[in-house]
Write a protein that binds this ligand. Structure first.
Ligand SMILES: Cc1ncc(C[n+]2csc(CCOP(=O)(O)OP(=O)(O)O)c2C)c(N)n1
Ligand SMILES: [Mg+2]
Length: 533
């Protein structure tokens, strides 16, 4: 009779698992014992980095990634990163070891006391199998469920004494080869109605969300529809992925994320068509109309909850990429004028320092056609959207729920998923600390990510928020000049610090071209971050 351990690993292999992202503890040992030689254990030195790596890996491969962390404390450390993964609809199967079943009622040391409660609400399903022999079926369900729309993290608690128990007879055979095919297709009648509304609109606009990048073919479907209708295209505010090529003449930039700012950016449009994004991830609170006067809104989403909670407009349930492809076939060819755009780049006011806008301008110059950017900064964002060109799917990732600590690990995960594409991580000096352990994994495995740190010695954007909110005298906003060259060296990553645009461009070119391992470029930028700059 095969054991639970044997059946589980053979089923995981059958489901296409080639990597496990983890940080081990004693409660995980029996699961990790006799680790299969054909599966890669990606060690992260802290659970936030483990989940951050897996998050981008899952998004970039489009398949569930398996995470294994340590009982309650490890899962607790993972929570911030899990909130980001949930926001990005990243299909993660998160597992944690659990104490021996025979002792659970005693709440022993290292028990996960309320294992299925702890990861909520960041997971859409949390489970502890009732019996040892239910472990393989629970994990199979987790893999299918994580990928089903709306995709997202799920959690399975794994008691440590389950692994040497006999498996359910026939389990291996029954679970092998189960595949769930298909994507939700919108109701044809509702789609025809929407096509008629687009055709009748005087000045419609498309808002592209992260869901278009996650949907196979979504990027191309958005381009085809936008070109057919000459639709200007904005990115949804705080989008965790880019669902439209940013070098396209119809691309307008990223929408601001406050209610009033967003509706004024859309002034003049009478129909706002949102695909693959909630309506909307607003912040900060600047009350006003949700859409410009006289305009209507329609969203296309595969997330029933996003459809239900939108404050305005109608919703069409379905895969956003499939829906736009079908819509493109139903609407007439319409020509409209396409206005130009160019964001100004701020110049420094302090000597020997750059602005974040200049850093992004230099990055744009060296950023390869097939590059992938993982960003966790709002500093210089308008220049980034204007100059850095994302030309193909899977080119941009941003923390799905605004939690710092995503950027550095996610860049490592994205590079693991796409070894052939140059990956650059752009982070502030404050934000980089939350995922700094990713440098270890990058150095250890010679993963050639370029880590670009914008060093201003402060939580600059928070000072910007302070001014906006009228919050004077807030402590804890200056972090001082952290020695990133020494930090990088400590983790085994070569680093260079630059103070001028010329040196930055040279350093970035070298770092992006390097294939033998990671590099860090530290750009000294002047303090002072303005919201929306
Ligand atoms: C996990 C987490 N903790 C705290 C915050 C709050 N927060 C938002 S921005 C920020 C500071 C970012 O500073 P830095 O990365 O240096 O960027 P800068 O604005 O200085 O360019 C902080 C602490 C957060 N978003 N996520
Ligand atoms: Mg900073």
């Amino acid at each position: 009779m095969p054991t639970v351990h044997e059946v589980t690993w053979s089923m995981l292999r059958d489901l296409g698992v080639t990597k496990v992202f983890g940080n081990p503890g004693s409660t995980e040992m029996p699961f990790l014992a006799d680790f299969p030689s054909d599966i890669d254990y990606v060690l992260g030195l802290h659970e936030s980095s483990v989940v951050g790596m897996a998050d981008a890996y899952a998004q970039a491969t489009g398949r569930p990634a398996l995470v294994n962390v340590h009982t309650a404390a490890g899962l607790g450390n993972a929570m911030g990163a899990l909130v980001n993964a949930a926001g990005a609809h990243s299909p993660l199967v998160v597992t944690a070891g659990q104490q021996v079943r025979a002792m659970l009622t005693l709440e022993p040391f290292l028990a996960n006391a309320d294992a299925t409660m702890l990861p909520k609400p960041a997971v859409k399903w949390a489970y502890e199998p009732p019996r040892a022999q239910d472990v393989p079926a629970a994990l199979a369900r987790a893999f299918h469920y994580a990928a089903l729309p709306p995709a997202g993290p799920v959690f399975v608690s794994l008691p440590m004494d389950d692994w040497d128990k006999p498996a359910e007879p026939g389990a291996a055979h029954q679970l092998a080869g189960r595949r769930i095919a298909g994507r939700p297709v919108p109701d044809p009648a509702a789609l025809r109605d929407l096509a008629a509304r687009v055709a009748a609109a005087r000045n419609p606009v498309l808002v592209a969300g992260a869901g278009l990048d996650a949907s196979p073919g979504g990027f191309d479907a958005a381009v085809a529809l936008a070109e057919r209708q000459s639709l200007p295209v904005w990115l949804a505010p705080n989008a965790s992925r880019v669902g439209f090529p940013t070098d396209h003449p119809l691309f307008r930039g990223s929408l601001p994320s406050a209610i009033a700012w967003l509706s004024s950016a859309l002034a003049g449009h009478d129909l706002v068509l949102v695909a693959g994004a909630p309506v909307f991830q607003y912040y900060p609170y600047a009350p006003g109309p949700y859409v410009p006067d006289g305009a209507t809104l329609m969203m296309i989403t595969d997330d029933p909850d996003a459809a239900a909670r939108a404050p305005i407009g109608g919703a069409l349930l379905g895969d956003p990429g499939l829906a736009l492809a079908l819509l493109g076939e139903l609407v007439p060819l319409t020509r409209r004028p396409v206005p130009g755009r160019r964001a100004p780049v701020e110049v420094p006011t302090a000597p020997d320092m750059m602005t974040a806008g200049q850093v992004h301008e230099a990055l744009a110059e060296v950023f390869p056609d097939d590059g992938v950017l993982v960003s966790e900064t709002m500093n210089g964002g308008s220049v980034m959207w204007d100059r850095v060109k994302f030309r193909r799917p899977g080119s941009f990732y941003f923390c799905g729920a605004g939690g710092l600590g995503f950027c550095l690990p996610a860049a490592v995960g994205a590079q693991l998923a796409s070894p052939e594409r140059p990956v650059v991580a752009v982070s502030g000096d404050g934000g980089a600390q939350y995922g700094i352990h990713a440098l270890y994994t990058a150095a250890e495995r010679r993963i050639p990510v370029t880590f670009l740190i914008m060093a201003n010695g402060e939580y600059g954007i928070l000072k910007g928020f302070g001014s906006y909110l009228g919050a004077e005298g807030v402590p804890g906003l200056d972090v001082g000049r952290l020695d990133y060259e020494a930090l990088a060296r400590g983790y085994g990553v070569p680093a260079v610090r630059v103070r001028s645009v010329g040196d930055l461009t040279i350093a970035l070119k070298e770092a992006v071209a390097a294939v033998d391992g990671p590099r860090m470029v530290i750009a000294d930028i002047q303090p002072g971050v303005r919201l929306g700059a």
